[in-house]
Design a protein. Structure first.
Length: 236
């Protein structure tokens, strides 16, 4: 009976600890959007199971190890939030599978991604003809993100009431992230000099910009660190 009561008590404490951790970092872990989130979710499950049911293991060392694991995750998240190179190394990057309607078999081999996988994930998004796809990226989470060719995209109000039709669809290019210029994404159409000119017109410096990206229709999107919002929405 003593063993049963101990198992019940350990399970209750383990569940309470898990709920506290879930409230703290639950959104990041549940998303499984990168490698270390996925690894942490599996490890947390193993810790909680052992804390609750394996009475041969001492409970306090297990709790200490569990807290240490969560703190390691927290500090890694903190570092990755302030360092894009570290974030790319820790979280991974998406892989381009289709570029300008062409299947990149070299990239597919690198990530061991087959044509059967590609066709299945396209069908899951309601695409049965690969000819409709302009760009496709395999995300770190394993999901396939697809940009259709212009003629196969869903109709929007902008199509019904066109103001600035642009038939050229490109893959969005990030030019500034976290106040730092992404040098490798410049090309002859969108050069560093072009970006400097656009920022000069707006009286902005790269350090003041959180995110700058060339959208799929070729327009420049800018998001500043200081958005000057008097009453920003907060759903927390």
């Amino acid at each position: 009976m003593h063993v049963v009561l101990e198992a019940v008590l350990r399970t209750c404490v383990a569940y309470f600890v898990l709920m506290v951790v879930a409230l703290w970092i639950g959104k990041q872990v549940n998303s499984h959007t990168n490698y270390y989130n996925f690894a942490l979710a599996i490890t947390i499950g193993s810790f909680i199971a052992n804390m609750g049911f394996d009475t041969n293991l001492h409970f306090m060392p297990m709790i200490a190890s569990f807290i240490a694991l969560v703190l390691i995750y927290f500090f890694l998240s903190l570092i990755s939030a302030n360092s894009r190179p570290f974030r790319k190394w820790l979280s991974g990057q998406p892989t381009v599978i289709i570029d300008n309607g062409k299947i990149l078999d070299g990239n597919m081999k690198k990530v061991r991604y087959t044509l059967d996988d590609l066709n299945q994930q396209l069908r899951e998004q309601g695409i049965f003809d690969i000819f409709e796809v302009e760009y496709a990226l395999l995300e770190v989470s394993g999901k396939l993100s697809v940009l259709k060719k212009t003629q196969y995209q869903n109709v929007s109000k902008k199509d019904i009431y066109p103001t600035n039709l642009n038939e050229n669809v490109i893959l969005p290019k990030e030019l500034i992230m976290d106040g730092k210029v992404v040098e490798k994404n410049f090309n002859h159409n969108f050069s560093k000099q072009w970006l400097e000119h656009e920022l000069k017109l707006r009286n902005l410096q790269p350090e003041a910009i959180q995110y700058a990206v060339i959208s799929s229709n070729g327009s420049l999107f800018l998001d500043l660190y200081d958005d000057h919002l008097k009453s920003p929405l907060d759903t927390e």
